[in-house]
Design a protein around this ligand. Structure first.
Ligand code: GSH
Length: 291
C-alpha cells in the first residue's frame, strides 16, 4: 500500500465544519430542526417529501407500481426536498422524520395522519396497506423481508462507505477505497449468486425487496453510480445484469425514477409530481427549471 497521511485522533472529537467533503455543508453532529418551516400539503391521500436519490426512488417506484396495479388510494403528491440546501432540517420535515433524511411519507387518508420514515419502513407500510408486492405465504414473505433488510444494512457500505471515499471525499484514501470496494464487490456477488437461483430476489415474484435493492445495486450495475462501473467490473455479474435490465424495463420504474429528480436529462426530471399527467406535461424539458 502507498504511503497514507497519518492522523492521531485527539482525546475529544470536535466539529470541524471545513472538512472539505462534498456534503460538508449539510453534515452536522446534532439532530433536530435548524429553522421553522411548514411542509406543503397537496390534495392526495399520500404526501411524499423526497428527492430522486436511490433511497427516494424506492418509494416513487413503489407508488407508481401501486397505481399501475389500479390502487387509486396510492395517489400521491411528491414534494421536492433539496437536501443540499438543508430542507431536511426544516421543522415540518423533522416532524415527519426526526432523522432528517429523505424519503419521508405522511399518510393523510385516515382520521389521523400517519408519519412513516426510513425507506424500508415506507415500502413495508405501503405493501401492507395495499396488499401488494409482499408475498402472503410465510416462506416467500420471510425471504422478501430478509432481502429488504439486507438492503437496509448493506447499502450504507456502498453509499456512505465506497461512494463517499471513491467519489466525494476531498482526498483519495487507498485504505478506505480498498476496504469498501472489497465489501461492495462481495455484496454484488451475493446478489449475483441469489439471482442465479431465482428470477427475483424473493423468488418468482417481483416484490418490495427488488424495489428496495434496484435503485442502489441495479444503478451501480448499469455503471450509473459514482462512475464506478469499470472500477468494480460490474459487467461480470451476469445474473445481476439480467435482473437489472428486467426491472429497468418496467414502466412504473421508469416513471418512479423521474419523480423529484433535479439532475440529468431535463426530459427525465419531474421535479414535483401531483398528477399522473405531470409525466407528460411537467418534465424539465417542458417547463422552465429554475436551477
Ligand atoms: N436509511 C435511510 C437513509 C436515507 C438517507 O440516507 N437519505 C439521504 C439521501 S439518499 C439524505 O436525506 N441525506 C440528507 C442528510 O444526510 O442530511 C432510508 O433508507 O430511508
Amino acid at each position: 500500500m502507498t504511503d497514507q497521511p497519518t492522523y492521531e485522533p485527539p482525546k475529544i472529537w470536535t466539529w470541524n465544519k471545513e472538512n472539505g467533503g462534498r456534503f460538508a455543508s449539510i453534515n452536522r453532529p446534532i439532530a433536530g430542526p435548524t429553522h421553522e418551516k411548514e411542509l406543503p400539503i397537496g390534495r392526495h391521500p399520500l404526501q411524499l417529501y423526497s428527492l430522486a436519490t436511490p433511497n427516494g426512488v424506492k418509494v416513487t417506484v413503489m407508488l407508481e407500481e401501486l397505481l399501475a396495479l389500479g390502487h387509486t388510494g396510492a395517489e400521491y403528491d411528491a414534494w421536492l426536498i433539496r437536501i443540499n440546501e438543508g430542507d431536511q432540517f426544516g421543522s415540518g420535515f423533522v416532524d415527519v422524520n426526526p432523522n432528517s433524511k429523505i424519503p419521508a411519507l405522511m399518510d393523510r387518508s385516515g382520521p389521523e395522519p400517519v408519519r412513516v420514515f426510513e425507506s424500508g419502513a415506507i415500502l413495508f407500510y405501503l405493501a401492507e396497506k395495499f396488499g401488494a408486492f409482499l408475498p402472503a405465504a410465510a416462506k416467500a414473505r420471510t425471504e422478501c423481508l430478509s432481502w429488504l433488510f439486507w438492503q437496509m444494512g448493506s447499502a450504507p457500505y456502498l453509499g456512505g462507505g465506497f461512494g463517499h471515499f471513491y467519489a466525494y471525499a476531498p482526498t483519495k484514501i487507498e485504505y478506505a477505497i480498498d476496504r469498501f470496494a472489497m465489501e461492495v464487490k462481495r455484496q454484488l456477488d451475493v446478489l449475483d449468486r441469489r439471482l442465479a437461483e431465482t428470477p427475483y430476489l424473493a423468488g418468482d415474484e417481483y416484490t418490495i425487496a427488488d424495489i428496495a435493492v434496484w435503485p442502489w445495486y441495479g444503478q451501480l450495475a448499469k455503471g450509473e453510480t459514482y462512475g464506478a462501473g469499470e472500477f468494480l467490473q460490474v459487467q461480470a455479474y451476469k445474473n445481476l445484469q439480467r435482473w437489472t435490465a428486467l426491472i429497468g424495463e418496467r414502466p412504473a420504474v421508469q416513471r418512479g425514477r423521474m419523480v423529484n429528480r433535479v439532475f440529468g436529462d431535463p426530459a427525465g426530471q419531474l421535479r414535483e409530481r401531483h398528477e399522473a399527467s405531470d409525466f407528460q406535461t411537467k418534465t424539465g424539458d417542458k417547463i422552465d427549471v429554475e436551477k
